[in-house]
Design a protein around this ligand. Structure first.
Ligand SMILES: N[C@@H](CCC(=O)N[C@@H](CS)C(=O)NCC(=O)O)C(=O)O
Length: 224
């Protein structure tokens, strides 16, 4: 059975779990990382020498790096589901996954840490404003992309949407200055209609570190 190591509130674990949900894969998830610890054991380091989540063991296939795991699961079990139909479509979806990791994700995570993962009294408004400005460019690129199609790679959900959806959820949750994003909002609303997105992406994480850790601990290992 597919085993996934990672706390459910890690954005990279969420990305993998959303794909697992969309593909309907039987799995067992283990709460490690964050306040659960468990990343420094010899057994975990043997699977992932960097000691990060998510990490999977799919009947002996051990992998880390969330986007690589999503592609592996979709290639192995997708049967046309989340993969585009041809090589060029796959290349385009890969392009947007790379864009997510290199361009959208870094300022998203920095901003999330500057707000949700920082005590309100210690937040730095100037840094928050600078980071919000740095997100405007990537958001405008995605907004233009989604103005012309229903999903990132075309007219149906593919691997390209999987890592971008959880990042956009966090961006839309934050009370920050943003350019108008009607097409991103319409796409996001479509994602929110999907049961797997609701189950794995849309759960509460609070608005400050105390709430974050409370919600982290409330999640229990799930299988299905
Ligand atoms: N590029 C990796 C990043 C993995 C990563 O940095 N994961 C974070 C959680 S989002 C982690 O393991 N943090 C340590 C912890 O949770 O204790 C991926 O996409 O999977």
């Amino acid at each position: 059975m597919l085993e996934v190591w990672g706390r459910r509130n890690s954005i990279n674990v969420i990305t993998v779990m959303w794909a697992v949900g969309e593909l309907g894969l039987a799995h067992r998830r283990h709460d490690v990382g964050g306040s659960f610890g468990g990343l420094d054991t010899a057994a975990f380091r043997a699977m992932n020498p960097g000691g990060r989540v998510p990490t999977i063991d799919d009947d002996g296939v051990i992998l880390f790096e969330s986007n690589a795991i999503v592609r592996y699961l979709c290639r192995r079990y997708g049967h046309g589901g989340l993969l585009p139909d041809d090589e060029v479509g796959c290349a385009l979806a890969d392009q947007w996954m790379e864009w997510h990791k290199t361009t959208l994700y870094p300022p998203t995570i920095e901003l999330f840490w500057a707000i949700v993962r920082t005590e309100p009294a210690l937040r730095d408004p100037a840094a928050i404003e600078r980071l919000s400005r740095s997100l405007a460019g990537p958001l405008t690129i995605l907004e233009d992309r989604l103005a012309k199609r229903s999903y990132v790679a075309g007219e149906r959900l593919t691997t390209a949407d999987i890592p971008i959806g959880p990042a956009i959820r966090r961006i839309l949750d934050l009370a920050i200055e943003r350019p108008p994003l009607p097409h991103i909002q319409a796409w996001y609303d479509r994602l929110c209609e999907r049961p797997a997105f609701r189950e794995h992406v849309l759960f509460p994480y609070g608005s400050n570190p105390a709430e974050w850790y409370r919600f982290e601990r409330e999640g229990v290992a799930t299988g299905g």
